[in-house]
Ligand binder design. Structure first.
Ligand SMILES: [Mg+2]
Length: 399
């Protein structure tokens, strides 16, 4: 059903011309879910490993959702689980996916709410909403692709590139020489900042490592530290004060992720900005941090909070509170969201996920460029298919 409109030509005469768009009546015809294990080249450890809570990380489980429509459009989204949880996300997604067949893919909020309430007795956060996240992200990818726009532009971008920093080179399992050499490689590759892990059971070692890397990087490169929730309030205040001289861009996860009151004390007491939020899995939990003045940088993670739909609500809350944003992990998704956030934002460069996709992101002059490809701008690689342990297909015509 094509639309027509009447426009005046150069002589002022009205002429009828076909508008280059039509209202979509497209419907979801297929959903393919995959459980894929990405092996990590080197087992990595943050402070949670050094304090005995977790084992070194050797692989990451991904839940991919590929959603197809009758008109032939396709969206791809993913969620992930570090250590346990991947099979649970996959099983949960399998349970709710049949609800999608025959539904208008444009009604993303309606779909999110329907899927969330279908499993609300499991809780409106955590594993169940993370399973929905893969579907939600695929629907946003699909919608932006249909509009032939990168997701950032579809949402309404503020910028075409975002400052980026590297995390993967700064783990506690690496020596000072190794983190310095990794940081130099990252800076040479074009990143604008480097984050290293702290939270060592011996705080003196943290301070030595931070001093060494600040010395090696000089004052121009942004430096962040991440304690992965392993300090108590007293330790965090003491080390936070000792770290002030290094002009850090932020201190990340100094305390337990749910200690909003403790983070508010730190945010008040320290000059260095406080960042946290990556472990939270709902808008409600982020809202508490924001309303209590617990953070200077919000750190939502779209796969963890239930997808782009809830992430946009957190962005609105952060914006109204005047906060900066540094989304956690998943740069393929978060680059677009950070570009659509008005206030300062950073994107976290992790090259771990590169083998999963056919495309690569461009990094230059300290910034990551929003790809010009439509949607998220990523397609699943053959390598990722070979690491896929299980798939489930609903409807017809799935890839
Ligand atoms: Mg972190």
């Amino acid at each position: 059903m094509s639309q027509t409109s009447s426009l005046p030509d150069q002589t002022g005469t009205m002429k009828t011309m076909a508008a280059p768009y039509e209202v979509s009546t497209d419907r979801i015809s297929s959903v393919k879910l995959s459980l894929t294990y990405l092996p990590l080249a080197t087992p990595t450890s943050d402070a949670k490993v050094l304090t005995g809570k977790q084992k070194p990380l050797t692989e990451i489980a991904f839940l991919f959702a590929e959603i197809g429509t009758e008109a032939g459009f396709e969206g791809v989204g993913y969620s992930y689980a570090i250590r346990a949880g991947g099979p649970g996300q996959f099983v949960h997604a399998k349970e709710v996916a049949p609800e999608l067949i025959g539904v208008d893919p444009n009604d993303i909020q309606r779909i999110w709410t329907k899927l969330m309430w279908s499993s609300a007795s499991m809780g409106r956060s955590g594993l169940s909403t993370q399973a929905i996240a893969a579907i939600d992200i695929a629907l946003w990818d699909l919608k932006a692709k249909r509009a032939r726009l990168p997701l950032a532009k579809f949402l309404g971008a503020h910028r075409d590139s975002v400052p980026c920093y590297n995390t993967s080179g700064g783990y506690l399992s690496l020596s000072i020489d190794e983190i310095i050499s990794n940081a130099e490689v990252s800076v040479d590759a074009g990143v604008g900042g480097v984050k290293i892990k702290v939270g060592h059971p011996e705080p003196r070692i943290d301070l030595e490592r931070v001093a060494a890397i600040r010395d090696a990087l000089g004052g121009e490169i942004a430096l962040m530290v991440d304690a992965n929730q392993q300090w108590n309030r007293t330790t965090a205040i003491r080390i936070g004060r000792a770290l002030e001289e290094f002009n850090l861009t932020w201190i990340e996860e100094p305390l337990d992720a749910h200690d909003a009151a403790g983070h508010a004390i730190l945010a008040r007491e320290l000059d260095t900005p406080v960042a946290t939020g990556e472990m939270l899995t709902s808008v409600a939990e982020h809202r508490e941090l924001i309303l209590k003045g617990s953070v200077d940088f919000i750190q939502p993670d779209a796969p963890r909070v239930g997808g782009i739909t809830p992430f946009l609500k957190i962005m609105a809350l952060g914006d109204q509170a005047g906060l900066s944003m540094a989304p956690h992990f998943a740069m393929e998704i978060h680059l677009h969201l950070a570009a659509a956030y008005e206030l300062d934002s950073w994107v976290e460069h992790f090259d771990w996920l590169d083998p999963l996709f056919n495309e690569r992101l461009e990094i230059k002059d300290g910034r990551m460029t929003v790809p010009e490809r439509p949607g998220l701008g990523f397609s699943i690689s053959e390598q990722a298919r070979s690491w896929t342990a299980e798939t489930a297909v609903f409807g017809e015509g799935a890839p």
